[in-house]
Every structure is written in C-alpha cells, then in structure tokens.
Design a protein around this ligand. Structure first.
Ligand code: PLP
Length: 424
C-alpha cells in the first residue's frame, strides 16, 4: 500500500478512471461493510422483488419535485397518500392530505411544524401570547422528536419513563398547558417496541381540552407500526384516525412498508390540519408547484417502489408477510425465554424481539455482541432512556428476510455464544 494512501483518497482525483474499474474499486471497499441482511437492529427493508429493482433503476433520474414534467409520478404519490389515509381510518377520505418524505424523521418534523402553526394561529386569533410553545412526549421517543424541538424552537417537555413498558400518563397530562402545540404518542417505540395507550391519552386530552377551551391534538409516530398494525386484527387496540384527536400520523415506508431506505409518509387526518401558510409555491421549473417539504429535490424511485409494493402485495400479501414475521418473532421469544439466559421484555405485539441478560453473570454484553458479529450477526446493544437503573437491551427486528431457518440459527448462536462466554 502506498504511503499516505488514506489522505490521497480524500482528494478530488485529477483524472478519472474507466467505469468498470471504478465500480470494482468501490465494490471491493464496500465488501468491508457489514451484511445488511444480517443487521438485526435495523428496521430498513433490504430486499425487494427484482421487478421493483428494475422499476427503481429505470426511474432513478427522475427528480420528484418537478411535478410539471413528472405529473404522473405526483399523481401516484397522491394516490398512495389517499390509500394510506384509508388504511389509517381517516374519517373523510375526500379531504385528507398527505405527502411522501425521506423517512419518518422528516415526516415528524413537518407534522409537528403543522401543529405548531395551527396552535399559533389559534392563539393569535384569540389575542394570546405565542412566545413559548411546548411539546409533550415520552423519553423513549425517537431522537427526531428532540431535534424538532431544538431546530424549531419549541420547549421539549420530555416525560421520563419510570420502568420498561409503562406509560407515564399522569405525568404527560400534568405537563400539558395552553402552550402545548400537541402531544406525541408512539405506536411502537424504537427501544422496546411498546405501543403507547393512545386511546386513553385521546380521551384524557379531550376532557382537558373541553375543560380549558384548548385545542390540543395528538401526533402518532407509527414509523415502525404504521404498516404492521393495520394488517393485524387487534380489534381492542385503537391508535389511528379512529380516535378524534389523532390529527397526523407518520409511517416509514422503508420499514415494514417493504421499500428500500429513503421512504416515509406523513398523513393528516384532514387537509384542515395542514395550515395553508406552510405550503410554498415556486415557479422556476416547468410549471408552478406547491410543496410542503424540508428539502427540495429528491428521487422519485422510492415513491414508485412504494406503489409497486402496495400493488404487488395488496392487503392480503401485507397480512401474510406481517403475520409470518410476527410468528417468527414469537418462536424466537419462546426459545429465548426457555434458555435460562435471556429475559424477553417487549410486549409481544410487533415483530420485534427485545431482550436482556437474565442474570448478571458477569458476561460483558459488548463482548457478547462482538462474538455474534464474528458470526456475521449485527445485534444492537443499548440503554433504555428512562429514569431507572436498567440492564442494557438487545433487539432483533424480524423483517421479511429473516426466515424461520435463519431465526433458528440465530437462537443457536445466541445461546452457544452465551454459554461459551460463561465458561470462559
Ligand atoms: C419510533 C421511530 N420514530 C421515528 C424514527 C425515524 O425514522 P426514519 O429513520 O425513517 O427517519 C424511527 C427510526 O427507527 C423510529 O423507530
């Protein structure tokens, strides 16, 4: 290897190389990356049908924002938003509103911005102060809730969770006041996959609104579960637009929506909840376009890939895939529970298995993680963000690509690795 070769790579090359050689060079460097299919912590889809790949490749050069030239792609986006609003039980299909985003983080930022705007408008119309907006959510929400508060100058009232899988309802309600732009609820949190009691929250906030003449709504973060819960028949669980105060929901198309990374959705209960002031009109492409987005240009491919997945699988296909993932997750849970080494801590609803060591056998969890990495399994190890002492957690996201055979091999590897470290 040449001296200083690392620095040489950080320089714009003076002359180019043949495409085939460039391809080979990059691929050999990428061979050092982990295997995305065995990344157990990631929620992202890693494989689509070859026809989806073909469609994506053929549409790669399309910039979605140029609605004038690509009006059909825009229609397809709007069609998907309409399909999703029905899936999420929006009461009036004709006046829902929704948009594609790069992921759930962008969708959450846009949604909360809309809540902030509606709150501000209402307060202004009542001649009330708008200097101190706040947002109330739990400490186990995704970091994008914190980034929203920081970037958009809203006080984060982040309520600490006091034990795994409990929801601090009383504390959440105590933090609400006239300056609350909305309350955040999570249907499937990143750490344990648990679903907040959204129906109870809805009813309690409705009573608070009535008592104080406030108009506080709920945003539901369904990044993980938005394409899962509608396909499971859990009649007793209400979490979507069937609840009157749920005004916006985000979903990650690139998670259980079965599309590659770069696909999120924000759906409003009704176009009324997306303030018109936030929609920008620009006219430097072929036709004037109206946008509600944090960025401008983006590829059209993933939107078309989302449409592909919806048409390819239909409701019955999504049901089948999601049920299969849930069944594999259940089998994994059973084996881990029987093993004496692991304690399963997730609620058992979503296809996510979260566990920790049962006893403090002085096994170093990071060493455990490294041994599994040597077997190609990438397993995240993390702390739960609450105000209590808790052991570190590990997560297995059971995606479509994790077959029952792979899951069984994974269990063997988890157990044998634990036993080996214990003997050492
Ligand atoms: C609950 C939850 N919300 C939001 C996000 C952010 O989603 P994205 O990666 O699509 O931006 C994630 C990511 O895993 C998540 O788990």
């Amino acid at each position: 290897m040449k001296k200083n070769s690392k620095n040489a790579l950080n320089v714009f090359p003076k002359i180019g190389k043949k495409a085939a050689k460039v391809y080979k060079t990059i691929c050999s460097e990428l061979a050092m990356d982990g295997n995305a299919h065995l990344d157990l912590g990631s929620f992202s889809t890693t494989k689509m049908n070859p026809y989806a790949d073909k469609l994506i490749t053929e549409q790669l050069g399309k910039n979605f924002i140029n609605y004038g030239e690509y009006s059909q792609t825009k229609k397809i986006q709007d069609r998907i938003a309409a399909i999703l609003s029905k899936l999420l039980n929006a009461p009036n299909h004709k006046s829902t509103s929704g948009t594609s985003t790069l992921g759930s983080s962008e969708a959450i930022h846009l949604a909360l911005l809309a809540h902030k705007w509606s709150w501000k408008k209402r307060r202004e119309s009542l001649n009330q102060d708008t200097a101190k907006p706040n947002i109330v959510y739990c400490s186990n929400a995704h970091v994008c809730w914190d980034t929203f508060a920081l970037y958009f100058d809203v006080e984060p009232r982040k309520v600490l969770v006091y034990s795994l899988n409990t929801y601090p309802l009383e504390e959440i309600l105590r933090n609400i006041d006239e300056n609350t732009i909305c309350v955040g609820a999570v249907a499937g949190n990143t750490y344990t996959g648990s679903i907040d009691p959204i129906e109870e929250l809805n009813n309690q906030i409705a009573a608070i609104n009535l008592k104080n003449n406030w108009d506080i709504g709920i945003h539901v973060d369904a990044a993980i579960s938005g394409f899962v819960l509608p396909f499971l028949t859990l009649k007793e669980l209400k979490w979507d637009f069937s609840l009157s105060l749920v005004r916006s929901i985000n979903l990650s198309g690139h998670k259980f929506g079965l599309v590659y990374p770069g696909m999120g959705w924000l759906i409003f209960r009704d176009a009324f909840f997306l303030p018109k002031d936030l929609i920008f009109s620009s006219h430097y492409l072929e036709k004037p376009i109206e946008t509600f987005t944090l960025n401008y240009s983006k590829g059209a491919s993933m939107i078309l890939a989302q449409y592909f997945s919806i048409l390819q699988h239909g409701v019955s296909g999504y049901k089948k895939i999601i049920k299969r993932c849930c069944k594999t997750a259940e089998d994994l849970r059973k084996i881990l529970k029987q093993s004496d080494f692991f304690e399963v801590v997730d609620e058992g609803i979503l296809p996510i298995v979260v566990f920790k060591f049962k006893s403090s056998d002085s096994i170093n969890i990071n060493e455990f993680q490294l041994h599994l990495k040597a077997k190609n399994w990438m397993l995240p190890v993390y702390d739960f963000p609450g105000n209590f002492e808790a052991e570190k957690l590990m997560r297995i996201v059971v995606k479509e690509n994790l077959s029952p055979e792979m899951a069984s091999q994974l269990c063997d590897d988890l157990i044998s690795t634990y036993q080996k470290l214990k003997q050492l």
